[in-house]
Design a protein around this ligand. Structure first.
Ligand code: 3SL
Length: 244
């Protein structure tokens, strides 16, 4: 298995395709996708455009849908929810489809949607993602950070490093066997430096600071947890994710 890391959807090569791509948006889209599916959501359907989200979700029974829209960290008017993983309890999300559009995370999923296997990763689901990779044994894996509007995000890279480190620990393989690019090696160094202070790192991260200014302290705490959910969201039809 060769794992490559791309910090943003813009960095993803336009030529070629891996066997598996992993979208990461620790703050907060892929943490929320995992939380919603864990709470029993029927599926997550992602959109880069909010008007399209509203149009498509109109065809779904109102009591069976939740519309989640985020821009600039805040909730989009007309949606039921913003993008907090803490919104998703069994009472609210069980059996419902989450129609979701966020600034960067859903755009990242759109960029890789043609890859044969697309999953999402977060710190909360890190070990489950590692186990999925070990079981499926894809030859090539692209781990793609969502970043923020085209620029690098610390929290996505540390999660990429946590996944690669998990594969190294489980297999005893070295970077020589596993690293598909330099960013893969750098991401593991970032993780090793911060593995015991993930919440601190999220507080230093520029998007973490943006969310703190919007009073999302509890979200940062939630998203910084490692290996709390034993699930992997997987794309089952284009733009629609369910439990693997
Ligand atoms: O950019 C995104 O996709 C979001 O996850 C951003 S936020 O954390 O909801 O502000």
């Amino acid at each position: 298995m060769k794992l490559s890391v791309f910090h943003t959807p813009e960095e993803v090569p336009s030529e070629g395709s891996p066997d598996c791509a992993i979208a990461i948006d620790v703050l907060r889209a892929t943490s929320t996708i995992a939380a919603a599916l864990y709470a029993g959501a029927e599926a997550i359907q992602v959109f880069s455009n909010v008007d399209e989200l509203i149009r498509v979700s109109e065809h779904w029974p109102a009591e069976k849908r939740l519309r989640a829209g985020e821009r600039g960290g805040g909730k989009v008017e007309g949606c039921d929810l913003g993008n907090s993983p803490l919104d998703h309890t069994a009472e609210r999300s069980q059996g419902r489809r989450l129609f979701m559009s966020t600034t960067n995370g859903t755009r990242c999923l759109e960029r890789i949607r043609d890859v044969p296997t697309v999953i999402t990763g977060a710190l909360t689901t890190r070990q489950a993602v590692v186990d999925f990779l070990l079981k499926q044994q894809p030859e090539t894996v692209w781990i793609v950070g969502s970043g923020w509007e085209g620029s690098y995000s610390l929290e996505d890279t540390v999660c990429a490093g946590a996944i690669i480190h998990g594969v190294i620990v489980a297999t005893g393989q070295t970077f020589k066997d596993l690293a598909g690019n330099d960013a893969a090696i750098a991401s593991v160094s970032l993780y090793l430096q911060w593995q015991d202070q993930l919440l601190d790192l999220l507080h230093y991260a520029s998007h973490g600071q943006r969310l703190l200014r919007l009073d999302n302290f509890e979200d940062l705490k939630y998203c910084s947890q490692l290996d709390t959910l034993d699930i992997v969201p997987i794309q089952q039809e284009q733009g629609v994710l369910r439990l693997a």
